[in-house]
Design a protein around this ligand. Structure first.
Ligand code: SF4
Length: 282
């Protein structure tokens, strides 16, 4: 196995602007404050979250159990109700690491909530970003995940359609086209540039590879979407760390492509690259 096997890394892989910014904010805060908390995981990568925990960051599920220190808000944003509660709490300081692209989507939904129209969010219902977006729509939001749900949607009047920042343009466009046939729609495509770049370069590499390895949190929406895109092109495996790699995957493969979600640290990408190189003897 391996003599002429090539390992290629996608042109856009790993940490995006929003995640880098959030990690930098955490590292800076750790130097300045003694009690540092995040509300839920700061990003969707268990290994990076563990690294920060080892440096002293504690992850909370409930803000009410904290009476002092500093709470850092995650890249995916928090609900309007929680933001209001935190603003009233004068004993803890709050640092907002919400990605500016997520914030932009929240602001759009907030503005649209002032109109007498329905807001449709194309995204995953249980994802924290979508849950927060829904809260900004104050009772006027519906979430649609799939084309089937778009066909079954029973709204009335005009629809304002907004996207989760990490959706694929394909899923967003398919849902928009289905809704357009029955409703007057206004489209707000809030898929972020980093997501688009990672998806495009993953697809391009998958087309030329016998095996794609996608590295990133199993709880990461954007990483899961990269795996789905690559699966449509070639044999694909989604892993979090080198421990999940199986030698058998590489049998009869001439090109191995690697890519990683926007919340995957470079150190993990490099460790996977080294391990694959060792297995293939190249
Ligand atoms: S994937 Fe996009 S929206 Fe999400 S944190 Fe990165 S830059 Fe922000």
């Amino acid at each position: 196995m391996g003599k002429n096997v090539e390992i290629k890394i996608a042109a856009n892989a790993g940490f995006c602007f929003g995640v880098k910014r959030a990690i930098d904010l955490v590292e800076k805060t750790l130097k300045e404050k003694s009690e540092v908390y995040t509300l839920g995981p700061i990003i969707h990568n268990p290994q990076e979250v563990k690294r920060l925990e080892e440096k002293g960051v504690r992850s909370l599920n409930d803000v009410d159990c904290v009476k002092s220190g500093c709470i850092i808000l995650r890249t995916h944003g928090v609900s309007l109700e929680l933001r209001n509660r935190l603003e009233k709490n004068k004993t803890v300081s709050v640092i907002d690491a919400t990605c500016p692209f997520v914030k932009k989507a929240q602001d759009i939904v907030k503005d649209l909530s002032l109109q007498e129209t329905t807001i449709v969010i194309v995204g995953e219902k249980s994802h924290p970003e979508v849950e927060a977006l829904v809260s900004y729509g104050v009772g006027k939001c519906f979430v649609i995940e799939s084309r089937n749900e778009a066909f079954e949607f029973k709204g009335t009047g005009e629809l304002n359609i907004v996207s989760q920042t990490t959706q694929t343009p394909q899923n967003f466009n398919v849902i928009v086209e289905i809704l357009k046939k029955r409703f007057k729609v206004n489209i707000y495509n809030t898929i972020c540039k980093a997501t688009l770049e990672r998806q495009k370069s993953a697809e391009k590499l998958a087309k030329k590879s016998g095996l794609m390895i996608i590295i990133g949190g199993k709880n990461s929406g954007n990483t899961t979407r990269l795996a789905e895109i690559c699966k449509a092109q070639t044999k694909t495996r989604h892993i979090e760390t080198v421990d999940e790699i199986d030698d058998k995957w590489f049998e009869n493969v001439e090109t191995v492509g690697l890519t990683a979600g926007a919340s995957t640290p470079d150190s993990i990408i490099r460790s996977v690259e080294r391990m694959v190189g060792d297995i293939l003897g190249c």
